[in-house]
Design a protein around this ligand. Sequence first.
Ligand code: TYD
Ligand code: MG
Length: 466
Amino acid sequence: MAKSKTSTVFFCQSCGYESAKWMGQCPGCKSWNTFVEETISKSAYKNAGSGGISASASGRQAKPVPAVLSEVTVREEDKLTTGIGELDRVLGGGIVQGSLTLVGGDPGIGKSTLLLQVCRNLSGSGHKVLYISGEESPAQIKMRADRIGEFSSQMYLLCETSLDEIAEVIRSQKPEAVVIDSIQTMYNENVSAAPGSVSQVRESTGILLQLAKGLGVSILIVGHVTKEGTVAGPRVLEHMVDTVLYFEGDRHASYRILRGVKNRFGSTNEIGVFEMQEQGLQEVINASEYMLDGRPENASGSVVACTMEGTRPLLVEIQALVCHSNFGIPRRQTIGTDFNRVNLLMAVLEKRSGVQLASCDAYVNITGGLKLSEPAIDLGIVIAVLSSFKNCALSPKLVAFGEVGLCGEVRAVSMARQRVAEAEKLGFDTCILPYVCAQECRKNSQSGKIKIIGVRTVQDVMGSLF
Ligand code: TYD
Ligand code: MG
């Protein structure tokens, strides 16, 4: 190989911003002291860039195709279904052939477990799969694999961190799907920077991108998200890959949410819910039921709200505790929702419905460790606060959703029908929702058993509930 020229550049280690000189503050992500000098070769530039697919590098001859896209055929079989329904939905039907997918998430959240399960299912259905680990030895992978189940002979393991070697193996073995666990451990000899640094991660992904597009192998990359430190977060890679999935969830709670952040082949609105069990990750088919498990009975301050996670309605419990404050400035605290939003809603309640909350401490909690930012949970928060303030327990079969405005009005939210249908499915008998959505929902109610109460303002809510 011809000796490649090298040059030095400074990279922000948290967002990947590139600069010719050192800077104290990154203009990209505004973090301080994150610039590190890295030596990169010219070939690294060629590969990395914006993730272009160079024909020469992948051994094909460059040839334009007519812009009439009917000439480009897409077949459903080009998608590999993983057999894990929740994951397939987030991916938009399956893993697209020749695609590059990034699975990010905190350490220990279950990325390796999920991908090992994907490999098991794919190899079980006759696809040749290669699992490359730079973090664990074959014995360690075996220990994990034993918990998950039997593996077919179509699955191959490779413990390697050199990308040149890996590329060689992929070219000779021609697997249909490859898992790289993780990108932060991979290194390329053309780049002198340490594995995990921005240029190394970018260069490695560039090579994988060429392999994926050139050979038509689907590659799944694991990326660790780190808040600080010298390891580059996978955010640098988001532009280069086709699909970005994030694995979230409380490490202490057993459920995990897989969220599509970018998807060139499907919707990014989908989530998949999993539960970490003894035998690996299990799908949670009925997420609402799961989230509402263990709800207190006849307790004031607890109400069920309906939020949308993508196209999927999810029922969650909102809890509020309002009590007399012992200090001049009342204490307000929220878990799982925006603190300022709760303060704002309490101010609206005080002004528009005359409830004296100014001398009260208030705590609002979204159970299950979920983090919700959708305005449709406003009405749930308002009702929970009122219920706790009045110390009046609500019917356990009541669900509420709607956005609350500064004038105390309850505003329409999207997908009201789906939300009501979800509540109906789980046996709720009363639904409080914005007046403008009520008519339509009444007409579309499946069983007609659910009582639909349309409210225009927060005063209406108080009138119909307390
Ligand atoms: P892991 O998949 O290694 O996380 P990551 O690759 O994202 O760093 O492991 C996740 C955690 O799950 C680990 O602490 C062990 C636990 N676990 C189970 O509870 N059950 C299982 O069957 C497996 C394989 C792991
Ligand atoms: Mg891992």
